[in-house]
Design a binder for this molecule. Structure first.
Ligand code: 13P
Length: 247
């Protein structure tokens, strides 16, 4: 059985003040959740959010991590720096990092291996652009991102995959339940070829892209969808409605 996992991605939103206030509101609302719950937040907010979420169902994650243990990498954050604050999850290879900050499958791979080696749970993002979908290249893009991004991973079940079609991120345009299920089933099939069927059946795959309080039930009812990576809707108490998708 794969335990559902709902994670928020605050991106470059919230401050220590607004984030603390939101977590205070969320705490009682997610108390009875059966799924795993995380909020991935900007690095500078991590200490304050860990404090705000202490003793609650909410675990705090990061939005990126560097692969080197330490060194001359101005502006970067290491695995140990995250672990020092009790961070458990880290998003890797989000499409916004790929699109705006030169992230490649190779750097996704390096970050993923470093996070795993340090005992963090990477949430590795994959997904196609609208142009790629419309030209029938979705599966090729996913094949490449999974093959290159997960090269050298020894235990697939130690990470989480997030399928985020780029055209559905922040656009209010969600993949239909069927589109999301079909693509995530394809990802699982590809993973069973790259790893083993057993690992592919155990790894959790989230859907991300305009998931909200309304559409979460339908998406979460799909057999291959094990959770969500939530952008906009994680900035309000709507996040609690998604966490409670099964109520
Ligand atoms: P939205 O939920 O705002 O579309 O963002 C999805 C996302 O990018 C989560 O990582």
């Amino acid at each position: 059985m794969r335990k559902p996992f709902i994670a928020g991605n605050w991106k470059m939103n919230m401050t220590a003040e607004s984030g603390t206030a939101l977590i205070k509101e969320l705490r009682p609302l997610v108390k009875e959740a059966k799924c795993e719950v995380a909020l991935c937040v900007p690095a500078i907010l991590i200490p304050a959010m860990v404090k705000a979420a202490k003793g609650s169902r909410i675990k705090i994650g990061a939005e990126n991590v560097h692969w080197a243990e330490k060194g001359a990498y101005t502006g970067e954050i290491s695995v140990n720096m995250l672990k020092e604050y009790g961070v458990k999850y880290v998003i890797i290879g989000h499409s916004e990092r790929r699109q705006y900050f030169g992230e490649t499958d190779e750097t996704v791979n390096k970050r993923t291996l470093a996070a795993l080696a340090g005992g963090l749970t990477p949430i590795v993002c994959v997904g196609e652009t609208l142009k790629e979908r419309e030209s029938g290249k979705t599966n090729d893009v996913l094949d490449r991102q999974l093959t290159e991004g997960l090269k050298g991973v020894e235990d697939l079940t130690k990470l989480v995959i997030a399928y985020e079609p780029v055209w559905a991120i922040g656009t209010g345009k969600t993949a239909t339940d069927e589109q999301a299920q079909e693509t995530i089933a394809y990802i699982r099939k590809k993973l069973s070829k790259l790893f083993s069927r057993k690992e592919a059946n155990r790894v959790r795959i989230q859907y991300g892209g305009s998931m909200n309080a309304k559409n979460c039930k339908g998406l979460m009812a799909q057999p291959d969808i094990d959770g969500g990576l939530i952008g906009g809707a994680s900035l309000t108490t709507d996040f609690a409605c998604i966490v409670n998708f099964d109520k």
